[in-house]
Design a protein around this ligand. Structure first.
Ligand code: SAM
Length: 216
């Protein structure tokens, strides 16, 4: 889905998202607890949430003491996150990952993105992965659907017109292929089921090295 079309859609449905902010927050908080054994976020300090929407996940991470940046192109989604006093320490910025993230290499310990990848086209997903890999020092976490489908989700995703049906079949392979095809992507991908229909695709970014092979 193109940038304008997608922002238009998410600006339009932002008030509906807003209604589910607290429910989403509870849901993300439970997941962060559940995955602690495989990925303990409390071990890290800084994180960027790419396509943060109304900021429910940002808020959970902020509650756990992380320094959080959330970026999203849809102003009305961001406005909901910013309107909550509990989120006053979160840096919310309007931004489109397709145009590149306005941060230097290795700016954050972690980069996370929830339910963004499946809505992008395959070439856009590679751009998402490469940009997240560039700005993250330690891990990139893609929170998105797994292969398990429900009628309701399939209907919503069909109406939304994203790449859901392709994504759920090929997500892991695509992330692994991405490392073969693109020098600036991931060096490892592991998959943790975090909910009935969702996985965390935990990816190790490529190391950035200077001409003398020092880690930068
Ligand atoms: C399905 S919503 C998920 C929002 C939020 N991550 C959550 O879990 O509630 C997808 C979000 O991705 C954002 N998005 C779409 N294209 C994007 C892009 N190119 N760069 C950054 N964010 C994007 C949308 O504006 C929208 O807020």
């Amino acid at each position: 889905m193109g940038e304008k079309e997608s922002s238009w859609l998410f600006n339009l449905i932002a008030p509906v998202y807003g209604l589910f902010y607290h429910k989403q927050k509870k849901h993300y908080a439970a997941i962060v607890e559940r995955v602690k054994e495989q990925m303990d976020l409390s071990l890290f300090e800084t994180i960027i949430d790419v396509g943060c929407g109304t900021g429910a996940l940002c808020s959970v991470l902020n509650d756990r003491g992380m320094t959080v940046t959330g970026i999203d192109p849809a102003k009305k989604m961001l406005a909901i996150g910013m309107s909550k006093s509990e989120n006053k320490d979160i840096r919310f910025l309007q931004g489109n990952v397709m145009k590149g993230l306005s941060f230097g290499d290795n700016s954050f310990d972690l980069a996370i993105s929830s339910y963004v990848a499946h809505g992008l086209e395959a070439n856009e997903r590679k751009r998402l992965y490469a940009e997240m890999s560039r700005v993250a020092r330690k891990y990139v976490i893609i929170h998105d659907y797994n292969k398990k489908r429900s009628f309701f989700t399939s209907l919503i995703e069909w109406l939304e017109g994203g790449d859901y049906f392709h994504f759920i079949k090929h997500a892991e392979m695509e992330m692994k292929d991405c490392l073969a095809e693109m020098s600036a992507c991931f060096s490892e991908v592991s998959v943790v089921q975090v909910d009935v229909m969702a996985n965390w695709y935990i990816c190790k970014p490529m190391d950035y090295r200077d001409s003398e092979n020092h880690l930068i």
